[in-house]
Design a protein around this ligand. Structure first.
Ligand code: CTP
Length: 208
């Protein structure tokens, strides 16, 4: 099968030397890409900047901004059977990118931010994708409720939800503990390493 995975953070430029970003190592997305490739599937990994090595036998596209990630997904969507959005996409970007480095003048500085495109939210419509669509939800409260809202709102088959307020799991950590949220039920998986979890998740996703 053809599998597209988005991973890592996006960077939204403020000026030539500064950007807005999210806390994300990319580990979960890279581990998933690797698990699908190891099962013989054809994987395209679209990734924001990370320090990770590109997994073996994976097609790789590096992007910086949410707009670039969106364009890369849109361009390849017609070839995909499974799409997994594991990227921590910045929800807002500066309304204007300064051409020159912003110098400090005043005691405070107000940045105007505007929404970025919701990549996962635009895959069913307008992109018209009919394959298996899997998203992530990073939440600090009411995990299942918020994850199910995302599942329904973005037309996903599965949301992999994790509580990022718990120390030692989620962002930047090597381990994760997730709740699988489907339309009519949820399943909690035990805490484990991201690579072990990715193996388990690949099998689960292939069985949807
Ligand atoms: N996502 C995306 N494009 C965005 C924002 C999010 O593709 N601009 C995807 C993420 O990759 C993830 C899912 O949407 O699979 C949920 O991301 P999250 O940040 O938890 O949720 P949001 O939809 O941004 O909602 P909120 O920030 O309000 O919780």
């Amino acid at each position: 099968m053809n599998v597209l995975v988005t991973a890592g953070p996006t960077r939204e430029p403020i000026d030539p030397v500064r950007y807005l970003t999210n806390r994300s190592s990319g580990k979960m997305g890279y581990a998933l890409a690797s698990a699908f490739a190891a099962r013989g599937h054809h994987v395209l990994l679209v990734s924001g900047p990370t320090i990770l090595e590109v997994p073996e036998a994976v097609d790789f596209l590096r992007i910086e901004t949410a707009a670039e990630m969106h364009a890369a997904v849109e361009q390849s969507i017609s070839r995909q059977q499974i799409v997994i959005c594991a990227a921590a996409v910045a929800d807002y970007r500066p309304a204007m990118v300064a051409a020159q480095k912003i110098k400090k003048h005043d005691e405070s500085l107000i940045l105007e931010l505007v929404r970025t495109v919701d990549i996962l939210g635009s895959i069913r419509q307008p992109m018209g994708f009919t394959g298996k669509l899997i998203g992530f939800a990073a939440e600090t409260e009411r995990l299942e409720e918020h994850a199910r809202e995302k599942l329904l709102g973005k037309g996903c088959d599965l949301i992999i939800a994790n509580d990022v307020s718990q120390p030692g799991i989620g962002f930047d950590a090597n381990e994760n503990k997730v709740l699988l949220v489907y339309r009519d039920h949820s399943v909690s998986l035990p805490q484990s390493s991201k690579s072990h979890l990715a193996e388990e998740l690949a099998n689960i996703i292939l069985n949807i």
